[in-house]
Design a protein around this ligand. Structure first.
Ligand code: PEP
Ligand code: MG
Length: 787
């Protein structure tokens, strides 16, 4: 009879699981992960041997794959069939086997070469994925030991934590085989075909080349073992304190992120805080914990309930919001389990690979070291995507199988504009992208150095170049690239980040900051342009068959007068700290303009009555982005102070081409003479009425459009800050007289291709194709793009 010895108490069972989870979450090499895990498990469970057996592809054989304690020479050599010995029994029955006196057990099968006959007790837990045993984690002890439920539970959980790592490694091996599913570009020269190309949704354009930095995969909390206290009251207390800890953490994040990037970035944490404080959420949790006596199960159940509700929602934007509830739930669970985050240091210029671009990512990462972000899930409307765009970080979302393939440290090339990621790129590809990237940077630096030069044509026609911005973080880019003000401040990003109409105070603070930073330059603040593809909660969006033609933009705000009034008050109040213009989106006729002006007058009167100061002569302008507005521009011009042409929408509505539908993208072309005719019509109306006219669609920075727009008499072009220097160079190389002639000619032709040719000829004749910074790029634009 073997001697029974007392096992020293396990110092911190949760910390063992947290540490294993940590190793697993940072895993990039299967053998290394297995070695680390068995070392840790062996020590913490006070075992003399800890080994792992992995299942062969036949799903019937186990191979000793790593061991601490047995002869290392046997790794890869010792094999046993399912059902053979105690380990085989655990595999076959998919059950944990705990044997105090293994030596006496008839099922025992010893491999003398391992030297394992010396070990008295054995505990073997299978690694199971979808009902299939993919390995067995085993501990053995020299002295006899009765494994208690805690030992058994711990080993089982460790086995389950390891399972995804093993599966991933298997998948990678499979994918790497010739029959695998990897899509490789044709091998170019010399058979250098190691490059793996993955595709996703272009989310922010730009090129990055750098090492993959895998953001610690979320620890699978579902697999972590949690043993509730036997006292239900204690469980409830633990849950309440976990909620408080989570709330504190979210609040800290809100503060940090707010300080680094501006309050609108922090809005999402504010919402998360509202969730942890939400009476309904907290009550549900309390009820659950009272019923089940298990705090972790209560969080899981409640979060699951919310998640399912969100999943049923059609709108992708709303669906993505379910992620915030999950984020909160996760944080609370982590607090309950004592899980900590820890990441490897990030190299400068890293390509961050993540499951999703979550807002928290920007708080956790050193953003200045991030060259690009690529995510397996999520869409371009997520908060994270918005933040990435704002920060000019090239980004791609929805890259399927990314996490399976991307290995930490391996080189990646990211082409954000094309939505392509190349893993382990071949030398030719890297060189090609390096050239493109270097050229781009040099050009931008040169051009930025010349930012003080006015955008004036050779024959003295001066136009204003301004920037489109959406977040505070963009303002530094306005400075960097020398824009002369903000031609379009899109306020809906604030609402999208906030997921609801922000308060007057919040809006006023934000607008004031923009105006103060930009003063004395002009800031054109556009009122909320929501709806269509930009929906937010709390506004009651109807489910529309044709949202682009539905209740969007000014129509929506006119229906939500309280929210509209709040925004108008905030803009008016901010107007006194700078030089502000108020811009109304998607006006389609005089009625909408008049209704809005009535509301504006009412708000002005309220402010006067309350003695609140504001810019009394605040110009009120409108966007021409619906053909009807262009056609009645004369009437509109008589009742507003300026026009800004939104060609993104004007093109879509004139040509009946959905700007977001790739199937008709070839038909979407702002150079179409029909669009130019409407621009011309609007420009003439503005001239006759003596009001300024600008253009703020993407067309404003399209090199082929610039000569035509100049020639049509557009006085201000507003576009992405980074594009401003290029437009400046083009304007400076042109002759206004010739541009006017080209524009007149463009109005007489029938197709966009003909306009393209007219403009290309002018650019060529102006010598711009020899420009040291933008010549090559222009040449390729003339050859390739018509947009
Ligand atoms: C436009 O339509 O051209 C425009 C600038 O507005 P948005 O792209 O925000 O719809
Ligand atoms: Mg628009």
């Amino acid at each position: 009879m073997a001697l029974h010895v007392e096992v020293p108490p396990i110092p911190d069972r949760v910390s063992l699981l947290a540490d294993v989870a940590e190793i697993v979450s940072r895993s990039h090499d299967l053998q290394e992960t297995l070695a680390n895990v068995i070392d840790l498990v062996g020590k913490r469970l006070d075992a003399d041997v800890c080994s792992i057996y992995l299942t062969e592809p036949d799903l019937r054989t186990l191979t000793l794959s790593a061991t601490i304690g047995l002869d290392p020479e046997c790794v890869g050599q010792v094999q046993l069939a399912f059902g053979e010995g105690l380990v085989g029994a655990a595999a076959e029955r998919r059950e944990t086997v705990a044997i105090e006196t293994a030596l006496d057990d008839p099922r025992s099968r010893y491999f003398p070469e391992t030297g394992e006959e010396r070990y008295a007790s054995l505990l073997a837990a299978p690694l199971i994925v979808q009902g299939v045993t993919i390995g067995v984690l085993v501990i053995q002890t020299l002295e006899s030991r009765r494994f208690d439920p805690q030992d058994i539970g711990l080993l089982q959980t460790c086995a389950q934590l390891l399972a995804p790592v093993v599966i991933n490694a298997r998948l990678i091996a499979l994918a790497a085989s010739p029959a695998g599913e990897r899509t490789r570009p044709e091998a170019d020269s010399g058979g250098r075909s190691g490059t793996l190309e993955l595709r996703g949704i272009p989310t922010m354009r730009g090129v990055a080349i750098g090492p993959v930095y895998r953001l610690e995969d979320p620890i699978d909390l579902a697999r972590l073992d949690y043993e509730p206290s036997s006292d239900p009251a204690r469980e409830k207390e633990d849950l309440i304190s976990a909620l408080a800890d989570a709330r504190r953490e979210i609040d800290e994040l809100r503060e940090q992120v707010g300080e680094r990037f501006g309050p609108e970035f922090a809005a999402v944490f504010y919402t998360q805080m509202q969730i942890v404080e939400d009476h309904g959420f907290v009550t549900k949790l309390e009820q659950q914990v009272e019923e089940s006596g298990d705090a972790l199960a209560a969080v899981r159940a409640v979060v699951d309930h919310y998640r399912k509700t969100f999943e049923r929602i059609q709108d992708p934007y709303f669906r993505e919001r379910g992620a915030d509830i999950e984020d909160v739930g996760r944080r609370v669970m982590e607090k309950l389990l004592g899980v900590r985050h820890q990441s490897d240091p990030m190299q400068p210029g890293s390509v961050v690979v993540a499951d999703q671009i979550l807002p928290t990512l920007f708080a956790r990462l050193e953003v200045e070291r991030v060259a690009a972000i690529v995510a397996e899930h999520g869409g371009p409307t997520s908060h994270g995507a918005i933040f990435a765009r704002t920060l000019e970080i090239p980004a791609i979302t929805g890259v399927s199988a990314l996490l399976t393939h991307a290995q930490p440290g391996e080189l990646a090339v990211v082409d954000g504009g094309e939505g392509r990621v190349y893993l382990d790129p071949d030398a030719g590809l890297v060189a090609e992208y390096e050239r493109a990237q270097a050229q781009y940077h040099v050009a931008i630096e040169h051009l930025d150095a010349l930012r003080e030069r006015p955008a004036e044509s050779r024959d003295g026609r001066r136009i204003r170049l301004t920037a489109n911005v959406g977040l505070l973080a963009d303002l530094r880019l306005v400075e960097q690239h020398g824009a002369e003000g903000v031609g379009l401040f899109r306020t809906e990003l604030l609402a999208l980040a906030h997921r609801g109409f922000p308060s007057e105070e919040e809006q006023q603070q934000l607008y004031t900051k923009v105006c103060t930073d930009m003063a004395p330059r002009t800031v054109t603040i556009r009122t909320l342009d929501l709806g269509g593809d930009k929906g937010i909660p709390n506004v009651g969006f109807p489910d529309e068959d044709n949202p682009q033609l539905g209740l969007r933009s000014i129509r929506l705000t006119l229906e939500n007068q309280r929210a509209f009034r709040t925004q108008l008050r905030a803009i008016l109040r901010a107007s006194q700290s700078g030089n502000v213009r108020l811009l109304l989106p998607m006006i389609s006729g005089i009625g909408e303009l008049r209704d809005t002006r009535v509301l504006i007058d009412r708000v002005r009167n309220e402010l006067v009555r309350d003695g609140v100061p504001f810019q009394a002569d605040l110009p009120v302008g409108l966007m021409i982005e619906v053909p009807s507005a262009a056609l009645v521009a004369e009437a509109l011009a008589a009742e507003c102070d300026f026009f800004s042409i939104g060609t993104n929408d004007l093109t879509q509505y004139t040509l009946a081409v959905d700007r977001g539908n790739e199937r008709v993208a070839h038909l979407y072309n702002p150079l179409h003479p029909a669009v130019l005719t409407l621009i011309d019509h609007s420009a003439r109306a503005a001239q006759r009425a003596g009001i300024p006219i600008s253009l703020c669609g993407e067309m404003a920075t399209n090199p082929l459009a610039v000569p035509i727009l100049l020639g049509l008499g557009i006085e201000e072009l507003s576009g992405a800050p980074a594009a401003v220097p290029v437009v400046r160079e083009i304007v400076r190389a042109l002759d206004f007289g010739k541009a006017e002639k080209a524009a007149r000619q463009a109005l007489t032709v029938a197709t966009a291709d003909e306009v393209h040719a007219i403009s290309a000829e002018l650019l060529r004749a102006s010598g711009l194709l020899d420009h040291p910074d933008i010549g090559d790029w222009l040449r390729s634009s003339l050859d390739a793009g018509k947009r």
